[in-house]
Design a binder for this molecule. Structure first.
Ligand code: ZN
Ligand code: ZN
Length: 406
């Protein structure tokens, strides 16, 4: 069982504490749709990860078995050295994810939120895991066992949770060595001077060593230079790929069509106007993306969101006992689910129809999966009740015409 999955209750407790802090201090650091979209991205990345992690572990084991130069013991010294090497690997993976378009297409998801709070830490790309693990493979070649590398990698990811907050200012001498909330706020800034700075995982020393360090001066404007303007986690994970393919199609030279994917974000061939430079924000007029789908739609999303958390937890904890088809079907429904909630929050036309289809699929597939694993039980009746209640809630919403589209 992954350390990340086991930490999820702690993440939610700390998000709750930060929400209390924000209410106490009257600093509005959360918006409801952004929170749902961030956690929706996190849910999707865990679900996609459930399918890819076995293959990734297999590549590590194969590399360790066939290519290792030494056989290193798992003592304290090796754990410490592995930690430093993983953190260094993370720095370069993360830096290149900001400097190479096809890597940025995956990593961009983590940067789309225009807020900065603990839920942004959970806003993770669905495909990043497939690009990042290559950067740690040399540690397996060196002779560190994959279990040590992956455990240290998970700890490095966990470390980065608490730094996504505006509740903590500067931290004295710790700022010299560790990645802190102040350093990482800079990393999430879209102001030109903050772009592509502070790529550190746990230790800020790598940015200072390789010349990408920028201390926090005025508070950053958070997000990406061209805002996503959507609460849909599926679009969040694909929109930049769509942009890159569209740009490649407009290029006339074949070399440029390939270069689009390897050059930094903002790159254009000379015949399409050359590189686009990021602009300064006008802070007095800057408007974050916001929508108002109405109180009833928000209530519907909140109820469905808690149900989604329960279904996702079941999926993650029971994935090994699910039949393959059941895992795929449940994963597909979870993806539709995060997308549906995003579209309802956007007040999109068709969102309620998509939700109705999703609720029907959830009810039917939920019963089929449950019966194939555990046989008929009163839980099947609970699933039918939840499906029916969701459908009644949806019908009431569509009757109001509240989510009529924009
Ligand atoms: Zn980044
Ligand atoms: Zn971050």
């Amino acid at each position: 069982m992954g350390y990340i999955i086991l930490s999820i209750p702690v993440f939610f407790l700390l998000i709750g504490a930060e929400l209390l802090w924000s209410a106490w201090t009257h600093r509005k650091v959360y918006t409801f749709p952004d929170l749902i979209a961030n956690i929706g991205c996190g849910i999707g990345s865990q679900v996609v990860g459930a399918f890819t992690k076995a293959a990734i572990f297999g590549v590590y084991l194969w590399t360790y078995d066939h290519l290792r130069v030494f056989t290193l013991p798992a003592n304290v010294l090796i754990w410490v050295i592995t930690f430093l090497l993983v953190d260094l690997g993370y720095y370069w993976f993360h830096r290149l994810s900001h400097e190479v378009n096809f890597l940025w297409a995956a990593h961009i998801v983590h940067h789309q939120s225009e807020e900065y709070n603990l839920s942004v830490a959970l806003r993770q790309s669905w495909w990043q895991g497939l690009f990042s693990f290559w950067f740690y493979l040399p540690i397996a070649v060196l002779g560190v066992h994959p279990v040590v590398i992956l455990t240290v990698g998970a700890l490095n990811t966990l470390y980065q949770f608490w730094i996504h907050t505006r509740a903590i200012g500067r931290m004295g001498w710790l700022e010299h060595v560790f990645n802190t909330p102040s350093h990482h706020r800079v990393h999430h800034g879209s102001d030109p001077k903050y772009l592509d700075r502070n790529h550190a995982g746990s230790l800020i020393i790598w940015d200072k060593l390789f010349g990408t360090f920028q201390p926090e001066e005025e508070e950053p404007v958070y997000g990406i230079t061209t805002p996503l303007r959507s609460w849909d986690p599926v679009w969040a994970n694909f929109h930049y790929w769509a942009d890159l393919v569209a740009l490649a199609r407009r290029c006339t030279a074949l070399g440029d069509k390939v270069r689009v994917f390897l050059k930094p974000p903002g790159w254009r061939p000379a015949d399409l106007g050359g590189r686009e430079r990021p602009k300064e924000h006008d802070r007095t007029n800057y408007l974050k993306y916001s929508t108002d789908a109405g109180a009833n739609a928000r209530r519907y999303v909140l109820v469905q969101f808690f149900l989604l958390l329960a279904v996702t937890s079941l999926f993650l904890f029971k994935q090994d006992s699910l039949p393959i088809w059941g895992a795929w079907v449940l994963a597909g429904i979870i993806v539709l689910w995060v997308m549906g909630l995003g579209l309802v929050l956007e007040g999109r036309r068709g969102a309620l129809t998509l939700e109705a289809v999703r609720v029907l699929l959830f009810t039917g597939a939920g019963i089929a999966v449950w019966m194939s694993v555990l046989g008929w039980s009163w839980w099947c009746a609970v699933i039918i009740f939840l499906g029916a209640a969701s459908m009644i809630h949806l019908t009431a919403l569509s009757g109001e015409g509240e989510v009529a589209g924009q």
